[in-house]
Design a protein around this ligand. Sequence first.
Ligand code: PPS
Length: 301
Amino acid sequence: MAKADQKEMDLPPRPELFEFHGVSMIHYFTDNWESVQNFQAKPDDIVIATYPKAGTTWVSHMLDLLYFGKCSPERGSSMPIFERVPFLEFCVPGLPTGVEVAESMTSSPRLIKTHFPVQFLPKSFWEQKCRIIYVARNSKDNAVSYFHFDRMNMVEPEPGDWPSFLQRFQEGKMVFGSWYDHVKGWWEKKQTNPKILYLMYEDLAEDMGRELDRVCSFLGLSLTEEERCKVIEGVGFDAMKKNSMTNYSTIKVMDFKISPFMRKGKVGDWKNHFTVSQNEQFDKEYKKKMTHTTLRFRTEI
Ligand code: PPS
């Protein structure tokens, strides 16, 4: 977006990345650091943790339907996802912070979203032994989705062109840092913490019914066949794209003329973006960075 357009929308300039405790961040997610770190979790809080663009909204809406779809069916079509599932570290002037939204919630359990790498999660979530659902997405599709998001979201740094964005993605110079550190950090933590369920975007896309059953078993929920079908229908890509309470169309800092929030929702869209040489280069780097982990992703299904 041209600088003049940004001014017309009465928005501050796009934020710059800076190093924060060893992770690239922007001030919108660090300005409220003290109160985020001192956040008081409740034992039944459920955290949805992801690297940006890995399927956060998908799983957030799924959990909201699971817990509240039956008793308040109007909730999913009248309350935007960021009110139903507050974004903990969010702090943009003129809007309530994620902490404020979470603290004002009267429904339980509270579903709380974060993009923090594992070492940033406020300690009270660990002390309270809260359940955490982490969602990861293969790096190539994740990078493509992030690129389009940064193009359309005026509170993200300027993405530049695709080649330079991809280069910075590999270097970890993205908001919330390196994809590699993020997915591996949470994966390592999960090995010793049974309160973490690690989901993959590709598995959700392949078989939602199977993944929903895994989620329900982790959360100790059982659904009737009718409830199960309703959730599966509600979290379909087309249903969520149409639903203004899940598609972010009410947010003024996102310019849907550039790209919609619910963009493609596919596994393998990276093939429409990576050149052959970008792909070779990427695979080489990927191999090096993923040597010492058992974590495996699928870039097609
Ligand atoms: S954010 O801004 O970090 O919270 O974004 P996040 O929700 O994590 O990721 C957005 C991408 O997830 C896709 N998405 C879905 N895919 C399939 N089915 C459903 N229901 C669904 N809901 C969201 C969304 O389209 C973004 O991916 P891309 O590849 O850009 O389309």
